[in-house]
Design a protein around this ligand. Structure first.
Ligand SMILES: CCCCCC/C=C/CC(=O)SCCNC(=O)CCNC(=O)[C@H](O)C(C)(C)COP(=O)(O)OP(=O)(O)OC[C@H]1O[C@@H](n2cnc3c(N)ncnc32)[C@H](O)[C@@H]1OP(=O)(O)O
Length: 325
């Protein structure tokens, strides 16, 4: 198992050096794959933190390519001893005076909607739309197995990361988007009622895997998770805060600065004691998946291949397509 993980890491690192590129920007360092941009802050030799920005338009869905690039980036950061904290956030199109980095003109058009006067109105931001439905629909069992292995890998690496991870949730965060957030040590969400977060799998006619359910239970408690999972609840920020899916809700333009200041407090704790504590809290949950990874992959591949499940996904995709006016 350990050997297999090391071999996989070597392959990912080799792929990373092919895919990645480094640039120096105003003293800060950054590297980027096609779908993940990483910027590091802090002076050389001192503790630095990294901001990982998702840019997989139109909705930052967790496609196989995105998962691969995400793991490569995370691995690079884990291997950089000067980095102690990482912030996960979305680089997608935002409103107001914020930057538009990832969008092509066509994507911008897609990410917008027209008001009654025919003017383009930008849609709310998206942290991540979760697993890529097109990786789970109309493919073959071998593809589903490969995809699920990559999903498991991302979850394990995030959940067990020795880094301090925080999410700056600047948009909608359903299902796999919520997964990214709840693997973090701390979550700060923008106070925008159009943004919701939660595990909505049951609404799609599918079921969250047991390890994601465990992660949810560990975050919000058994009773709240039981109710939210059955109903597929997507919580707006105030409710997400109340139930404990997120730790703080702040005005949208303060999400980044607030996350930086909370990060500074966490980084004041000695790494070794914080890391050992994190492992103590999380190891049993992660081990539960590690000991049955292959069975979980086979279970997913056969579940998602069922005609009834494919039909549910088809209906859901059609609903997404036709919701536009
Ligand atoms: C043991 C078995 C275990 C099985 C476990 C399976 C676990 C699954 C976990 C998941 O993560 S499933 C995915 C759940 N995600 C969602 O339900 C989100 C669906 N999307 C939305 O609600 C909305 O798209 C949005 C994120 C709120 C954004 O809304 P907006 O109005 O801004 O954009 P849209 O017009 O809806 O979407 C644009 C474009 O993107 C496509 N799309 C949206 N979400 C996904 C996705 N998750 N995967 C792939 N593609 C997605 C959408 O269809 C549109 O495409 P089009 O071609 O432009 O029509």
């Amino acid at each position: 198992m350990a050997m297999a993980l090391r071999a996989a890491s070597r392959v990912l690192l080799r792929a990373g050096s092919r895919l990645g590129r480094r640039e120096a920007v105003d003293g800060a360092r950054r590297f980027a794959n096609k779908r993940v941009l990483v910027e590091t802050e802090g002076a050389a030799g001192a503790t630095r933190i990294a901001v990982m920005k998702f840019r997989n338009p139109p909705v930052n869905s967790l496609s196989l390519d995105f998962l691969t690039e995400f793991v490569i980036s995370l691995e690079k950061l884990e291997n950089d001893k000067s980095i102690r904290g990482v912030i996960l956030t979305s680089d997608s199109l935002k409103r107001g005076n914020q930057t538009k980095v990832a969008a092509t003109e066509k994507t911008e058009e897609k990410r917008a909607t027209r008001d009654h006067g025919g003017r383009l109105q930008e849609r709310p931001g998206i942290f991540s739309a979760g697993l890529d439905l097109l990786e789970m629909y109309g493919r073959n069992p071998a593809h589903y197995a490969e995809y699920w292995k990559a999903v498991q890998e991302l979850w394990l690496r995030l959940y067990l990361s020795s880094l301090t991870l925080m999410s700056a949730i600047n948009g909608a965060s359903p299902a796999g988007g919520c997964l990214l957030a709840i693997t973090c040590d701390y979550r700060i969400m923008a106070d925008n009622p159009k943004y919701t977060i939660g595990l909505n799998e049951s609404l799609l006619g599918i079921v969250a895997p047991f390890w994601l359910k465990d992660n949810y239970v560990n975050t919000i408690g058994h009773r709240a998770a039981e109710r939210a999972l059955q109903l597929g609840t997507l919580f707006p920020p105030a409710e997400a805060l109340k139930v404990g899916v997120v730790d703080e809700v702040v005005p949208e333009d303060q999400v980044h600065s607030k996350t930086l200041s909370v990060m500074a407090k966490w980084l004041a704790i000695p790494d070794h004691s914080r890391q050992l504590t994190k492992t103590m809290m999380r190891k049993a949950t992660a081990d539960n998946l590690i000991k049955q990874r292959e069975a979980d992959i086979q279970n997913f591949a056969s579940f998602i291949s069922r005609d009834s499940i494919q039909k549910s996904l088809h209906m859901y995709l059609e609903k997404l397509k036709h919701k536009k006016g």
